[in-house]
Ligand binder design. Structure first.
Ligand SMILES: Nc1ncnc2c1ncn2[C@@H]1O[C@H](COP(=O)(O)OP(=O)(O)OP(=O)(O)O)[C@@H](O)[C@H]1O
Length: 337
């Protein structure tokens, strides 16, 4: 089939899930992942990423909504979905007492592989993930990066069509992280695997994903290509670090003054941080500082940057990504939301 018309690798519509105790983890989540691509599900802790993955991998049932993976309905054909997917969970699924090779052989047997074909597949994966030298050592002796590579290899033993990677680089050092990124690129690029990657690293989604969905409080707040989403934000991001937190009640008047005198828009005041957008950020800085000085708001630092995914998140979720985990609510100080 020509590229673009192939059936999606993953399709989810209106997924909702409320856990006992009333926690609404998903609130109408929609998702489409094109076959052969990496899709990034991006959101802070508690946004609903893991719950989405659990439903798509048949480990949990949604309260409402539909989903299919590799063309199979997750509720009506869970056994077919399970054969078509590989899952690399946040916590290692490897048996720490078994060697790297034994872990791969065990997983292969669970999928009905046997004999020389299984041994050859295990050796191929050990070589591919640079684990051949450590193949005979118990997994508990592996470094964090090696263990993560073994986890991915385990997820691939039965040649799945769709791979779920739940926070694949959390806890890895920068070198191991880069190596994992290269491997993920290769799996989608050369091997045509469809990959759903959940992450709370903005740079990871930016680097790896063809498309991303930003999830906040159980819903997709925006979706698109990383560049497309950044491109929606015209001009520069101006970030001002204030010396002291500013009363949120002062936000609207500050936003109005900044808009009138400095020509900035979409001003968001969030405690000690003020963010805004400007066609030419550097040119707007002196006027921004003058308005803040006039309002008696001391400034600690100012930065001007091209829009990042962090700015995309701020625009759509109304709070900074780094603050969202602790549920710090940004106060829109005027501007669009
Ligand atoms: N088994 C459960 N019982 C009750 N509440 C749950 C359960 N699992 C998740 N939750 C809650 O549902 C919400 C969504 O959680 P989920 O794990 O899907 O988020 P996440 O985006 O994957 O976060 P993380 O990155 O921390 O895994 C959170 O508020 C979480 O506390």
């Amino acid at each position: 089939m020509p590229v673009g018309t192939a059936a999606p690798a993953i399709e989810a519509r209106g997924l909702t899930k409320t856990y006992p105790g009333g926690v609404a983890a998903l609130d109408g989540l929609d998702l489409t992942v094109r076959a052969g691509t990496v899709f990034g599900l991006l959101g802070p802790n508690g946004a609903g990423k893991s719950t989405t993955v659990k439903i798509l991998t048949t480990l949990a049932r949604p309260d409402a909504g539909t989903a299919s993976v590799a063309g199979h309905d997750v509720l009506r054909r869970p056994e077919r979905v399970r054969r078509a997917i590989g899952v690399v969970a946040q916590r290692s699924g490897a048996d720490p007492t078994a060697t790297g090779r034994e872990n791969l052989l065990l997983q292969g047997r669970l999928y009905g592989l046997r004999g020389p074909a299984l041994a050859a597949r295990a050796d191929e994966l050990l070589a591919r993930f640079a684990l051949a030298d450590a193949a005979g050592r118990p997994a508990r002796t592996y470094s964090g990066g090696m263990l993560r590579r073994l986890d991915v290899a385990i997820g691939l033993v039965h040649r799945p069509e769709v791979l779920f990677l739940d926070e694949p680089t959390t806890g890895l050092d920068p070198e191991a992280r880069t190596a994992m990124w290269e491997e993920i690129d290769r799996l989608a690029g050369e091997e045509g695997l469809s990959i759903l990657l959940t992450t709370h690293y903005l740079d990871e989604a930016d680097r790896l994903a063809e498309r991303i969905a930003i999830v906040d409080r159980g819903r997709v707040v925006t979706t698109g290509t990383p560049d497309g989403l950044k491109g929606e934000l015209r001009g520069d991001a101006v970030h001002v670090e204030l010396r002291d937190p500013v009363d949120p009640a002062a936000g609207p008047s500050l936003a109005a003054a900044l808009g009138a005198s400095a020509g900035v828009r979409e001003t968001v005041l969030d405690g000690r941080r003020l963010s805004a957008r400007a066609d030419d950020g550097a040119a707007a800085v002196p006027a921004v500082l003058a308005v803040l000085a006039g309002a008696g708001v001391p400034v600690a630092a100012v930065t001007v940057a091209r829009p990042s995914l962090d700015d995309v998140y701020l625009r759509h979720a109304g709070r900074r990504f780094a603050d969202a985990d602790v549920d710090a609510r940004a106060v829109p100080a005027g501007g669009v939301r």
